[in-house]
Design a protein around this ligand. Structure first.
Ligand SMILES: NC(=O)c1ccc[n+]([C@@H]2O[C@H](COP(=O)([O-])OP(=O)(O)OC[C@H]3O[C@@H](n4cnc5c(N)ncnc54)[C@H](OP(=O)(O)O)[C@@H]3O)[C@@H](O)[C@H]2O)c1
Length: 237
């Protein structure tokens, strides 16, 4: 199952997993039409595929989503937590309710879903989508930064607590797709901010997810797919 799988990086991850042989539950919230079209594409590749909708700000919906995915697919082996929100806002203007919403969607939902997978007693793996900026400080997205840092810590905790049944890893993308409201010019402007002086493609992120899904002896690992930006140690904004 891939959360937030209808569009953008989630979609690329869904396609890469399907091409590697997985049947896929595509989770979405608002992008049901895109998810249904993707599921048709997956069936064209010979895979079984389903669309499930849930608002991951609500833990009860996250629990119900997991149960429904198990009923539809007969079980979940690989969980990719890609759904996320990326609101702008500095620490000074941060309202507790905004921070709470970011944490619910970006960190607690991945935890609730991974815990549900662990409780099945099945062997499996989880890949959490982080962000390469967790190594420094993204001052312009304070709530997002805190929520991704929390998810990074949860990744390590779950890797320890849920072994040997579950492997829990993460992928931390850097400059790959422009955020909402920005176009390709955003990637061009920022590409020199990383040592490789280019931006990545959605497929670069998807390849790392597939690698982790396949790697039976890897857990608690984070792969930075960011052209080396995490080594710069910059403060953004
Ligand atoms: N894009 C990048 O270059 C980049 C860089 C660094 C890190 N990342 C991380 O990589 C992951 C994927 O990135 P992305 O740019 O593809 O993400 P995105 O487009 O910002 O969001 C992915 C999906 O999250 C879903 N979502 C948002 N709020 C939700 C909620 N309350 N309940 C359920 N689903 C919700 C949305 O689904 P619907 O459309 O169905 O509503 C959305 O399509 C994210 O975790 C992001 O933080 C991305």
């Amino acid at each position: 199952m891939v959360t937030g799988g209808a569009k953008r990086l989630g979609r690329a991850i869904v396609l890469a997993l399907a091409r590697a042989g997985a049947d896929v539950v595509v989770h979405c919230r608002g992008s049901a039409a895109e998810a249904r079209s993707l599921v048709r594409e997956l069936r064209g590749l010979g895979r079984r595929a389903w669309v499930l909708q849930a608002d991951l700000a609500d833990s009860a919906q996250a629990e119900a989503l997991f149960a429904q995915a198990c009923r539809k697919a007969g079980g979940v082996d690989i969980l990719v937590n890609s759904a996320s929100i990326f609101p702008k806002g500095r620490l000074d203007g941060l309202e507790p309710a905004d921070l709470e919403r970011d944490i619910r969607i970006n960190a607690l939902a991945p935890f609730v879903l991974a815990r549900a997978l662990a409780r099945t007693g099945r062997e499996g793996c989880v890949v959490n989508l982080l962000d390469s900026r967790i190594t420094d400080y993204d001052a312009e997205h304070a709530a997002y930064h805190l929520s991704k840092r929390l998810l990074a810590t949860l990744t390590r905790m779950m890797a320890l607590e849920y072994a040997p049944g579950l492997r829990v890893n993460a992928v931390a993308p850097g400059l790959v797709l422009p955020p909402a409201g920005e176009d390709e010019g955003y990637l061009e402007r920022l590409k020199d901010s990383n040592p490789l002086r280019r931006h990545g493609e959605a497929e670069d992120v998807a390849d790392a997810v597939v690698f982790l899904a396949r790697s039976a002896f890897v857990t608690g690992q984070t792969i930075f797919v960011d052209g080396g930006r995490h080594m710069r140690g910059a403060v953004y904004g």
